[in-house]
Design a protein around this ligand. Sequence first.
Ligand SMILES: *[C@@H]1O[C@H](CO)[C@@H](O)[C@H](O)[C@H]1NC(C)=O
Ligand SMILES: *[C@@H]1O[C@H](CO)[C@@H](O)[C@H](O)[C@H]1NC(C)=O
Ligand SMILES: *[C@@H]1O[C@H](CO)[C@@H](O)[C@H](O)[C@H]1NC(C)=O
Ligand SMILES: *[C@@H]1O[C@H](CO)[C@@H](O)[C@H](O)[C@H]1NC(C)=O
Ligand SMILES: *[C@@H]1O[C@H](CO)[C@@H](O)[C@H](O)[C@H]1NC(C)=O
Ligand SMILES: *[C@@H]1O[C@H](CO)[C@@H](O)[C@H](O)[C@H]1NC(C)=O
Ligand SMILES: *[C@@H]1O[C@H](CO)[C@@H](O)[C@H](O)[C@H]1NC(C)=O
Ligand SMILES: *[C@@H]1O[C@H](CO)[C@@H](O)[C@H](O)[C@H]1NC(C)=O
Ligand SMILES: *[C@@H]1O[C@H](CO)[C@@H](O)[C@H](O)[C@H]1NC(C)=O
Ligand SMILES: *[C@@H]1O[C@H](CO)[C@@H](O)[C@H](O)[C@H]1NC(C)=O
Ligand SMILES: *[C@@H]1O[C@H](CO)[C@@H](O)[C@H](O)[C@H]1NC(C)=O
Ligand SMILES: *[C@@H]1O[C@H](CO)[C@@H](O)[C@H](O)[C@H]1NC(C)=O
Length: 843
Amino acid sequence: MEVLTKMLKIYPHHFGCLLILHLVICQGTDDPHISGPLEDKTFSVQEGRTGITYIFRFTLQPPTVKLRLTGVTDGKIYIYPGDWSLYVNGSLDWETKNVYNLQVEGLDENGQRVKGPYSITINVIDVNDNPPQFSQREYFAAVRQNSRPGKPFTYVTATDRDDPTTPHAQLSYSISKHFPDPYQTMLFQINNVTGAISTTAAGAKYLNPADGINYTIAVRVKDMAGQSENSFPSDADVIVTVLENLWKSPPLVKLKENSTEPHPMRITQVQWNDPGAKYEIRQKETPPTKLPFMVAQNGTVYVTEPLDREVKDAYSFYVVAKDKDEDISLSYPLTINVTVEDINDNPPVCDKALTVFEVQDNEPVGNFIGTFHASDRDQENTLNSRLSYDIVDQSPKVPLDKMFRIERGTGTVNLLASALNKELVSNYSLTVEVTDSVFKTLCNVRINVIDTNDQIPIFEKLDYGSMTLPENIPLGTVIRRIQATDADEPFTGSSQIEYKINKGDPNNTFMIVTDLKTNRGDVTINKALDFETTDVYNLTIQATNPEPLVTGVQYNSSSVTYLRVIVTNVEEAPVFLKTTHTVDIPENATVGTFLTTATAFDPEGDSIRYALKSDARKWLQIDPLNGTIYTAAPLDRETQQTYMVQIVATEQTKASRSSTAQLRLNLKDVNDNPPRLDKNAVFFCHPLQGNEKKKIEVSDPDERSYVQRFTYSLVGADAIQNWNVSKPDGLLAYISPRNMKLEEKDYDVPLKINDNGRPPMEGVVTLKVRLCKCTEENRCFLAIDDGPSLPTVGMAIGILAGVLLIIGIILGVVFLNLKRKKEYELKAQTANAVSPSELRNLT
Ligand SMILES: *[C@@H]1O[C@H](CO)[C@@H](O)[C@H](O)[C@H]1NC(C)=O
Ligand SMILES: *[C@@H]1O[C@H](CO)[C@@H](O)[C@H](O)[C@H]1NC(C)=O
Ligand SMILES: *[C@@H]1O[C@H](CO)[C@@H](O)[C@H](O)[C@H]1NC(C)=O
Ligand SMILES: *[C@@H]1O[C@H](CO)[C@@H](O)[C@H](O)[C@H]1NC(C)=O
Ligand SMILES: *[C@@H]1O[C@H](CO)[C@@H](O)[C@H](O)[C@H]1NC(C)=O
Ligand SMILES: *[C@@H]1O[C@H](CO)[C@@H](O)[C@H](O)[C@H]1NC(C)=O
Ligand SMILES: *[C@@H]1O[C@H](CO)[C@@H](O)[C@H](O)[C@H]1NC(C)=O
Ligand SMILES: *[C@@H]1O[C@H](CO)[C@@H](O)[C@H](O)[C@H]1NC(C)=O
Ligand SMILES: *[C@@H]1O[C@H](CO)[C@@H](O)[C@H](O)[C@H]1NC(C)=O
Ligand SMILES: *[C@@H]1O[C@H](CO)[C@@H](O)[C@H](O)[C@H]1NC(C)=O
Ligand SMILES: *[C@@H]1O[C@H](CO)[C@@H](O)[C@H](O)[C@H]1NC(C)=O
Ligand SMILES: *[C@@H]1O[C@H](CO)[C@@H](O)[C@H](O)[C@H]1NC(C)=O
């Protein structure tokens, strides 16, 4: 028996019978699984067992007296003639043979077949007895620098002789290390299923052929999907050479504009690392423009037409390499930058159709008259846009030709001869030739001869007195019109007047705009006035002409006037430094937590007091003197998540002007609520059938409280004995009766629900469970669970019954009074009218 016990331990699943040497000990021989009559049978036997494995015992019926086993048994499968047990002697091997197809025949005493043959199939069950094996001990591979992370550059493969339908042959690849490891980070990764090896993001960044390093990657494969402690591992090395990446952006392309070369013209070349890629050009700029570039199938990039720098002086676009057959990008796109270089292909342009200058009748020789300007669209600050000027014609040539001179490089015009006479020639037309050394352009200039500027502007008033302005006067307001007159020729630079504030306005608080027709000056507010900074301006205003005065005449005090501006204070409300304060705070902040400080100042310097307005929940308090805001009560996000309060700053004067700022309090959730019942009552129809369950509807007002995380437990022995709470789909919880003999009544089932939040919150709720008689639609006669929104049939009947009862009583009283004699009949009627059970049964 000792041996038997031992064998039982070793082969516990063959608990029924054991066959030891010539002794067969069987237990429970009538167990249909381990013994039975002759018929077709299929058995499963694990490989690798040693010794004897009992499989099945055949029971023989006359005339069968013995059995014969045929087929290829490899000398391992027998029928024991003592009790006709089928057994395996020795070890089967799935990898050698995974199924034995045998036959068994029943023979009579004479050895004649009387039953069968029946097929006996013995499936060998694999055990994980083979380690995986790499196809090579060492692999060699090459990877390009900057190879896209995750894009395989080589594969390793391993095989496992175990049953491929089981985890025994399910392989998982991994990289344990690579040598060297210069960046202390994994440069390579392997797909655990396919064995595809690729670079990691770090590898794509760091691998560099210039380092001259060949990497040895130690790869490992494990069976049992690498998940079991009993996985067999196997190792191999992958030796990786880093190759130069040919896929890189070409250097900046410089193209001369307006090229006369034949187009398309080759400009640069890109090349994918392997043959067999196709290339495409991609827009980079938004909005997309038509790109004058194309790429050939061999990666040569062309410009398709002459470019124009003056339209667009630089291009940037992408070239992508794609798989020749599939429409997938092989790598990141390359940027190609093209700059367009200038050639002198634009003529100079006159800025105006006619440029007009003025010169005074008696202008001294050599005086400056004006500066002529033309422009050129070619690239700035290059010879292509460098212009030179020359006067090629003057009309009339009276009294002489070449009365004016233009400076070649700058275009300044000067008077060359003192022979001007307005009476003789009132204007000269000049033709100015402008050249950029390739192109010539002719421009027109007229020089008007005007009267001499021998009159000075005279102000109508030498003092405009003083005026008072509030400090808040809007910008741009015209505060005063001033007028000077000039007796020179009208509408020339000799009579035109320019007003300037000489003194009293260092910050250009005022400006004066001249009306060209009337020479009137409008004194205008240019910058905001501020009583607190400057409360009075003494302005000295000077009137001048754009043309110089003739020698001997000078501006005197008649060309100067005064204006005094007095700024008055406007009482201003306090000003907040910050008008919106936003504070994020966890809802469980303790009372008195500092939130923020609101600071306001009064422009007049009056002292300020702070207060809160619309603090509807009385959650906050403010220090009236320094504006520091604290919490004043426990907060609750579930009551209000965003709390808006106004901060009022009031100046401590009679006027008590005030301003407001906003405080926005964002309450951050803390798990501070236990789950609660959404529906606190359910019912079951009585009598219980045995498979009913009802959803427990719960929720939790906290953020990130997920019902599927809740756990439930019944509280108290009664509840545990009578009820059962389950989460069959792991999501919603259901209550079901455990005790099928519960009587028809209401039960209070205490239930502990934990939200498993951080921190976890747990609460005990009471679920009201009613066991009741049900209508045919499976509703309680007096259902309490169907929600408060709709009165149930039961409730309606209850109400109806109540009303009828009252009517009945009234009727009863009336009848009693009227017909005391018929007391007995009336009682019967009343009773009939109020019987709720009968009414219920009507439904
Ligand atoms: C099992 O096989 C061994 C060796 O092959 C043999 O000695 C032994 O008798 C066999 N036992 C039975 C019960 O067949
Ligand atoms: C294989 O890799 C996938 C994704 O990379 C991962 O989800 C899975 O758990 C891995 N399997 C094993 C066995 O490591
Ligand atoms: C790296 O491997 C390549 C190819 O196997 C070989 O030609 C080269 O010499 C090796 N370089 C180093 C530094 O070992
Ligand atoms: C192309 O030009 C852009 C912008 O000037 C620059 O950021 C980028 O590095 C350039 N790329 C190449 C490949 O020259
Ligand atoms: C190209 O140059 C020629 C002269 O060289 C000029 O006539 C033409 O306008 C230029 N085209 C552009 C687009 O600038
Ligand atoms: C690329 O292809 C074009 C034709 O598409 C051919 O003219 C050119 O010579 C080729 N260039 C190279 C470098 O093979
Ligand atoms: C310029 O002078 C011509 C005659 O010399 C005269 O007819 C013309 O009106 C003048 N133009 C101006 C604007 O003075
Ligand atoms: C001019 O500006 C400066 C600096 O803002 C200020 O100190 C000064 O008082 C101003 N002066 C007047 C006259 O407004
Ligand atoms: C402004 O002018 C008045 C007289 O018109 C003079 O009394 C006053 O001192 C002046 N103020 C300043 C700041 O120049
Ligand atoms: C200024 O000069 C004008 C003449 O140019 C003369 O009429 C005027 O009286 C002078 N004013 C003063 C204050 O000298
Ligand atoms: C607020 O709740 C968080 C998270 O549960 C906790 O770490 C913190 O101590 C609580 N703070 C107060 C003041 O109770
Ligand atoms: C504001 O005043 C209170 C009470 O005087 C003081 O406790 C607090 O520190 C002050 N806060 C600031 C920011 O000055």
